[in-house]
Structures are given as C-alpha cells and as structure tokens.
Design a protein around this ligand. Structure first.
Ligand SMILES: NC(=O)c1ccc[n+]([C@@H]2O[C@H](COP(=O)([O-])OP(=O)(O)OC[C@H]3O[C@@H](n4cnc5c(N)ncnc54)[C@H](OP(=O)(O)O)[C@@H]3O)[C@@H](O)[C@H]2O)c1
Length: 239
C-alpha cells in the first residue's frame, strides 16, 4: 500500500511503538510529523526516520499532549508545513503503577492527562481539517489493560478503558463525515514503557507488530470499518 501524498501525525513518535508506526508510515511514502516532550530525542528520531525513507520529510515537534494550547499549535504546524492532515495516531501514553492508596495526585493526573485528555485535545484539533477534506483516519493506541484491569494499575487501566469508550463514541460520531476511527489494544510490547519494572522479553509483541496493525487498518477498503483491534503475544509464558 502506498501512502504517498498522505500526511500523518504520530504523537509520542520519538521511540517505542510510536516510532515504529511513524517508520511504517514514512516508508510507505507518507509525510510524517512526530511529537513528544523531549526535543533532543525527537530530533534524533526525526533524523532517523528521514534517513529510512529518502525523499520524504519527517517533522519533529515538541508538544506535551496534556497542554491543549500546545496541541493546537502542533496540529497547526503540521497543517501549515504539509498542507493538511489525513491521519492522526494518538500513541503518546504513560504508565504510573502502584496501589491506589500510594498513588500520588501527580501520578493520577499525568496518566489521565496524557492517555485520555491528550487524545481528546488532539482529536479536537485535528477533526476540522479532516472534515474539510471529508476523509481521515484517527487511530488511538489503547491497551488490553483497558479491558483487563489488574492490581496496581488503577490509573492506567481506567485511562485506557475510558479511551476505549471515547474511541467508540467518536467513531460513531464522525464516520458520517468520512473520518474513520479505530483503536488498537496491544498486550505486552517490548519497549521502555513504564520504566525498568517492565523488562524486554522475546515472547512480547514488538513495536513493529503494532505498526503493522495500524497500517493494515489504513489499507482496509473504505466500505467497511474495522474499529477495534486486539493484539496479543502469540506465545506468552504459560501460567
Ligand atoms: N509497551 C507496552 O507494553 C504497551 C502495551 C499496550 C499499550 N501500550 C501503549 O502504547 C503507547 C506507546 O507506548 P510505548 O510502549 O511505545 O511507550 P514508550 O516507549 O515509553 O514511548 C512513549 C512515547 O510517548 C511520548 N510521550 C509521553 N508523554 C507524553 C506527553 N505528555 N506528550 C507527548 N508525548 C508524550 C514519549 O516521548 P517523550 O518522552 O519525549 O515525551 C514517547 O515518544 C502508549 O499509549 C501505551 O499506553 C504500550
């Protein structure tokens, strides 16, 4: 599938799953913008992505998705640079884990602010541009944690469960405008997510597996709308 002529924004595209999604999009010919909060890591990632697909431009924009004004500026910058926005991948996400009684207010607000409110701000800023074209893709990277809550994961699981509901509602709202909303629920993926407590392991999904699911969604015939994808490691350790 060629995405030549398409413009995509991947939040949290500087590493992990977001970087793999940006790589999959740029190597299929899309013009890609990535965002994150760490500007130097973002520049490095944008350079690496640009080198992976000669002739395509990758724009790195530092923007905290928890800040609605920064998100508005991010989307405006992408539209100004590339002339529109065809695909938004809401991937930026954080995990703070621990018992509810010990979770700080900052932990709670960071998780909900990034994983849920950040997605709302990005969709809100992107939708007018997609509606104007009568077409677009919004793919939200959720988690199986949103349907399978676990102890010490209250903030994270709640953020992803709410993201699932948000995605379903939005999908029903904007499909009549030609905007296709889907959400992907990966199981354990081998990244730096959540800090050192979550180790890399051979049995886990790789970021590229999630990226494959995202580009498959975009390649799907326009008559039908796959709106929710659950993606599991095929051979996790037996319990
Ligand atoms: N890894 C897993 O096992 C797993 C499983 C299921 C779902 N997921 C979901 O997949 C997504 C990506 O996870 P990952 O494993 O790739 O994580 P990761 O390696 O920690 O990468 C997270 C990305 O999000 C960015 N980010 C974090 N906070 C941000 C903010 N406030 N504003 C803008 N960007 C921000 C980070 O950049 P900066 O550090 O520069 O801000 C980074 O680019 C998340 O939504 C996560 O919940 C992960």
């Amino acid at each position: 599938m060629s995405l030549a002529g398409k413009v995509a924004l991947v939040t949290g595209g500087s590493r992990g799953i977001g970087f793999a999604i940006a790589h999959a999009l740029v190597t299929r010919g899309a013009s890609v913008a990535i965002s994150g909060t760490n500007a130097s890591r973002l520049d490095e990632a944008a350079r690496a992505l640009g080198a992976a697909a000669e002739g395509t431009e990758v724009l790195g924009v530092a923007a905290d998705v928890r800040d609605p004004a920064a998100v508005d500026r991010l989307v405006a910058r992408v539209v100004e640079r590339f002339g529109g926005l065809d695909a938004l991948v809401n991937n930026a996400g954080v995990g703070r884990f621990g018992p509810v009684a010990e979770l700080s207010i900052d932990d709670w607000q960071t998780v909900i602010g990034t994983n849920l409110s950040g997605v709302f701000y990005c969709c809100r800023a992107a939708l007018p541009h997609m509606r104007r074209k009568g077409a677009g893709w919004i793919v939200n990277i959720s988690s199986l944690a949103g349907k399978n809550p676990f102890p010490d994961g209250a903030a994270y699981c709640a953020s992803k469960a709410a993201l699932n509901a948000f995605s379903e509602a939005l999908m029903q709202e904007v499909r009549h405008d030609g905007v296709r909303v889907a959400y992907v629920l990966p199981g354990s993926v081998s990244t730096e997510f959540g800090g050192s407590a979550r180790q890399r392991a051979d049995w886990k999904l790789q970021p590229e597996d999630v990226a494959e699911a995202v580009v498959d969604l975009m390649a799907h015939p326009s008559r039908s709308l796959p709106s929710r994808v659950e993606l599991r490691p095929a051979r996790p350790p037996k319990k």
